[in-house]
Design a protein around this ligand. Structure first.
Ligand SMILES: NC(=O)c1ccc[n+]([C@@H]2O[C@H](COP(=O)([O-])OP(=O)(O)OC[C@H]3O[C@@H](n4cnc5c(N)ncnc54)[C@H](OP(=O)(O)O)[C@@H]3O)[C@@H](O)[C@H]2O)c1
Length: 255
């Protein structure tokens, strides 16, 4: 199957590691033009060294997506670099360090509002695209519980993001813009959350793995591949979908 993504212009947020980085790798293999961000410049610079080999230079600049004015400035620069926008993968989330009501406020900013602000910035450009698509990265934590300490805020706000995306899909369909959600189950990658849990709380890690039909966690590439497909013209009749990529962890039947 030809994904027909060559030359498409994409923003992938949080592209310095994990799922975002795997999406960047897939998109570069499709010869796309890319812009990305992350707060930490060390990981971003290290990733940029790999990306330097690609045909089109990648716009990669440090940014905290919760800084509203910085995000607008970053977006303007990114768009000047790309020359337009066809594909948006809004992927950033952050492990919280706050407690109580501050944790809720942080989740609201990181897992909902920054996605919405980016969408508002992107829509005028996506309306001009011949193949416009948005994918939000949510989580199966919005539909299941495993009693982990942070899931109350994280899962609830990811559920709000998924609901927002489904409604947006209907509103922007008239412009041919497709809007989908990918909801990963637990995904392990070097130095990521579950990699740390594996050494700190191996029993909990094994319990989480056992919930999957495959008795293991997923990889960033296993999430990046469906994100790539959904972002591509090959998925031209798919919008308003929430695709779980969880190795069968959520056991409900999807009629
Ligand atoms: N991994 C899992 O098990 C899992 C499960 C379900 C859903 N998800 C979802 O999948 C997405 C990606 O997860 P992941 O595991 O790949 O995450 P990750 O390894 O923590 O990577 C997140 C990326 O976003 C960047 N980032 C974080 N906060 C940021 C901020 N405030 N401003 C700008 N960039 C920021 C990070 O770089 P810096 O830290 O340097 O900023 C990094 O590039 C998230 O939406 C997450 O909720 C993950």
């Amino acid at each position: 199957m030809n994904l027909n993504m060559q030359g498409l212009r994409a923003i992938v947020t949080g592209g310095s590691r994990g799922i975002g980085k795997a999406v960047m790798g897939n998109f570069l293999a499709e010869d796309m033009r890319l812009a990305t961000c992350a707060r930490g410049s060390v990981a971003l610079d290290a990733a940029a060294e790999d990306w330097a080999k690609s045909t089109h230079p990648v716009f990669a600049k440090p940014l905290d997506v919760t800084d509203i004015s910085a995000y607008e400035a970053w977006f303007t620069e990114a768009l000047a670099h790309l020359g337009g926008l066809d594909v948006l993968v809004s992927n950033v989330s952050t492990l919280e360090t706050q407690e109580g009501i501050d944790r809720w406020k942080n989740r609201f900013e990181v897992d909902l509002m920054q996605h919405i602000r980016l969408t508002e910035l992107a829509l005028p450009y996506l309306k001009k695209s011949a193949s416009p698509s948005i994918v939000y990265v949510a989580s199966i934590a919005s539909v299941m519980t495993n009693n982990s300490p942070a899931e109350l805020e994280y899962g609830s706000i990811k559920a709000a993001l998924t609901s927002y995306a489904m409604k947006l899909a209907n509103q922007v369909g008239q412009f041919n813009i497709r809007v989908n959600v990918v909801s990963p189950g637990p995904i392990v990658h070097k130095n990521g959350h579950w990699d740390v849990m594996k050494s700190k709380q191996p029993e909990f890690y094994d319990k989480v793995a056992s919930l999957s039909a495959f008795n293991r966690l997923g990889t960033p590439e296993e999430v990046a591949n469906p994100i790539t497909f959904l972002s591509s013209p090959a998925a031209s009749h798919i919008t308003g979908t929430n695709l779980r990529v969880d190795g069968g962890t959520v056991k409900t039947v999807n009629f």
